[in-house]
Design a protein around this ligand. Structure first.
Ligand code: GNR
Ligand code: NI
Length: 172
């Protein structure tokens, strides 16, 4: 396992559509392990492969509390097959947009089809923070960020802040 670097906005890779995985082989499993280690170290409750600059349709999630045993979840080629009419609002953050938190409205429940680590098709029904998190991660696979769900004024303010931070990083 290895810790990987998490890319941040305005990295253009975060706007790309990730490619489906055609075979669950040892390389895919190793990448999932790196993603999980990187997510726990950050720390975060979810991570999409594109956030470590691997534009593949892979997601890891663990939404259990810090004081409870770890419960890693792995999703290969996840697809939303149903969402509830009912919505929920959570204050979201993103490891690729550090220290920014904004309320986002999403479906309160969803059903997701995916392949597990054995390459077997599975479906899961999600609610609460798991629904929010998995929808946030599947957005990443489609090049969409949580700031794309907030007002343009707020989004542009955040984008400016990170563009400026990047510029200063490059300066010496
Ligand atoms: O760690 C994370 N917390 C979080 C909180 C509310 C809604 C979504 C998330 S996911 C985020 C990690 C991340 O950026 N995943 O892509
Ligand atoms: Ni994110």
């Amino acid at each position: 396992m290895a810790l990987r670097t998490i890319i941040k906005i305005p990295d253009p890779l975060l706007k790309t559509v990730s490619t489906p995985v055609d075979k669950v082989d040892a390389d895919v499993l190793a990448l999932l392990d790196d993603m999980l280690e990187t997510m726990y170290a950050a720390p975060g409750i979810g991570l999409a492969a594109v956030q470590i600059a691997e534009a593949k349709r892979l997601v890891v999630i663990d939404v259990v509390r810090d004081d409870e045993p770890k419960q890693p979840m792995y999703f290969i080629n996840p697809e939303v097959v149903w969402t509830s009419e009912e919505t929920a609002i959570y204050e979201e953050g993103c490891l690729s947009i550090p220290d920014i938190y904004e309320e986002v409205e999403r479906p309160a429940e969803c059903r997701v089809r995916y392949l597990d680590r054995e390459g077997t098709a599975q479906e899961i029904e999600c609610s609460g923070i798991l629904a929010t998190c998995i929808l946030h991660e599947i957005d990443h696979l489609n090049g969409v960020l949580f700031i794309d769900h907030i007002s343009r004024l707020k989004r542009e303010r955040i984008q400016k802040k990170f563009a400026k931070a990047k510029k200063l990083e490059g300066a010496d």
